[in-house]
Ligand binder design. Structure first.
Ligand SMILES: C[S@@+](CC[C@H](N)C(=O)[O-])C[C@H]1O[C@@H](n2cnc3c(N)ncnc32)[C@H](O)[C@@H]1O
Length: 250
């Protein structure tokens, strides 16, 4: 049974602090302005690129090609400013050293995380080469040097990234929203996780498969606190916390 409600009804000092200092934090940051300006420029782009769409069938080796306006990708696939700021604040608060992102797309979510802690190293994986090239240009536009891009299907590339990173402090999982892939990627990332690792899953209620994956991850051995903010699901492994599921309005 999940605990839900406002900050004041949360009976966990850890989650209360998180809600107070991270979720409800309204402080501005120069990075937000820089990313917003970049997003505005992307939304004005007339450029059309040929993308490889892995859809939700990538694990079954299905993919298709189609032409898409870069502006349309930004509108449909990139993290919104509201959730981008939340990623920024989570990284600013927990100060993870090693961050792994599944699903770079144009790189906006990557930038929110990388700019929140310039001392971190962000490994980001994208299957579509042309989309990844757009992300490279966006990282260069904001002079970002703590991002390492990897191109390829998650199931093929993640084992190498895990071997290279050796440790994981923060993960943002935002691609291949199927039950099987979500659990597989979670288990692979768990192999290099530590007590303080934070996992953020996007679109946890997007489909029956994602809901099932979220339910299993919440009950997974070693997972203690989970926070469902409807769009994102946040997972903690901290042994000092008792197992509890929170649903919090964001
Ligand atoms: C929702 S978008 C990511 C958006 C980005 N995180 C942001 O908020 O700015 C998901 C991306 O994951 C990529 N993707 C989906 N399934 C994949 C797979 N199996 N392997 C590699 N990339 C995949 C897609 O090409 C797409 O660009």
């Amino acid at each position: 049974m999940a605990n839900s409600g406002s900050r004041h009804s949360v009976h966990s000092p850890f989650v209360y602090t998180l809600v107070d200092k991270v979720f409800r934090n309204q402080e501005d940051n120069q990075a937000f302005q820089e990313i917003a300006n970049l997003r505005r420029k992307i939304l004005l782009k007339a450029q059309i690129i040929e993308i490889t769409d892995f859809g939700s069938g990538a694990n079954h080796k299905k993919y298709s090609h189609r032409f898409e306006r870069v502006a349309t990708i930004a509108r449909n696939s990139s993290v919104t400013d509201k959730y981008g700021r939340l990623l920024f604040r989570l990284v600013e608060f927990f100060k993870p050293q090693i961050i792994i992102e599944l699903g770079t797309s144009l790189g906006l979510s990557t930038l929110y995380m990388a700019m929140a802690n310039p001392d971190s190293q962000v490994f980001t994986i994208e299957g579509c080469t042309t989309t990844s090239e757009q992300a490279t240009a966006n990282f260069n536009a904001l002079n970002n040097s703590n991002i390492e891009q990897h191109i390829g299907r998650f199931d093929l590339v993640l084992p190498d990234v895990v071997a290279q990173a050796q440790k994981l402090d923060f993960a943002f999982i935002d691609g291949n929203h199927t039950y099987e892939a979500t659990l597989e990627n979670f288990k692979m990332l768990l192999s290099i996780a530590n007590n303080d690792t934070v996992f953020v899953f996007d679109d946890i209620h997007w489909s029956a498969g994602m809901q099932k994956a979220w339910n299993e991850i919440s009950d997974y051995e070693g997972v203690t606190v989970t926070i469902d903010i409807f769009r994102f699901g946040i997972v903690f492994l901290r042994k000092e916390l008792s197992k509890q599921k929170f649903v919090i309005r964001f």
